[in-house]
Design a protein around this ligand. Sequence first.
Ligand code: NAD
Ligand code: IPM
Ligand code: MN
Length: 369
Amino acid sequence: MATHKILLLPGDGIGTEIAAAARKVIAWFDSRAGGVFEIEEDVVGGAAYDAHGVAITDAAMDLAQASDAVLFGAVGGPKWASVPYEVRPEAGLLRLRKDLGLFANLRPAICYPALADASSLKREVVEGLDILIVRELTGGVYFGEPKEIRDLGNGQKRGIDTQVYDTYEIERIARVAFDLARTRSNKVSSSEKHNVMKSGVLWKEVVTAVHAREYGDVALDHILADNCGMQLVRWPKQFDVIVCDNLFGDMLSDVAAMLTGSLGMLPSAALGATDPATGKRKAMYEPVHGSAPDIAGTGAANPIAMIASFAMALRYSFGMVDEANLLDKAIAAALDTGARTRDIGGGDNSVGTEAMTATILAALDRLSA
Ligand code: NAD
Ligand code: IPM
Ligand code: MN
């Protein structure tokens, strides 16, 4: 039986709490499939800084390179507010993305039927929502050089970040978006700001060319990123797949999260290119949310974004599509029982991370009986 190697990197804050939840779900699938998963665990982020003085060690990077999938919790928090920029917790996450070549970040925003009233928006705006943000993840302003604070010598400093995109980076993320659109409602909205950014002009030009050459059957429209943010809140169901750069994708996906009820609901898959020799690709699965310092340690974190990220691993890394569908159904069924963490409107009857996870495991038992 094939073994799937998972590197679990819990990280900081609620990262450790949702990683514990993920372990239980992995164990459920492992015992059902007869021991197919092999889990290694290491520290990342602030936890790695505390233990080793860096945000991720070379040894952990080696484990990540050797794994079939990394499952990442969350990093960061006030404890590390004044550590040097190069070793801040978030640098560990960025190194993983960059060094593993994870250029394609899939961030699905699905409004589960039971949560149509959990969003701050009206039920009719979000009910039935199923959109996918395809975020470019290894380029743009996150990684462009120069990136520095320059002393101008006159009592002034200059903070510099550089937005850079090359043709090949835009082509490959556009292809991911078009390919995925073909498996969905066949529509891509490409979001940039060509009205003020040269990289936006190139982005629009390259997406248009890829579309014309290879994807004439897919509907494509272009939307300025600021308008896209507004349209996501006004009438999100007009979208199917949204493709955008690293920074716009970061912001638009947090906006999209609230359409589903909470940031605690949004999973993601960060994928590399498929190696033609092995048919394999590097991958990391991570909730869209962060370490939530405001609720860390209280046991209140919603584990669904993390558990749904594991469902994406089943789907995209392990070829276990039936299992992925089962887990997605179990999450919906758990919500149908009325179980709610505080972030999705549980109020005084809220359940915590452990009880929500137990409800999902019980739903898995029921649905697979
Ligand atoms: P955050 O995503 O951690 O939290 C934003 C808000 O959403 C908070 O009120 C939090 O309680 C809530 N929230 C987030 N996830 C939740 C969950 N699963 N269940 C219930 N509520 C949840 O964003 P922030 O507060 O801006 O950032 C905190 C730290 O996390 C920062 O250091 C930031 O850099 C880091 N961060 C890390 C990642 C990551 O590791 N992937 C992502 C985003 C932010
Ligand atoms: C995310 C996070 C990260 C990002 C941070 C923690 C580096 O906000 O995954 O959305 O900006 O990409
Ligand atoms: Mn973010």
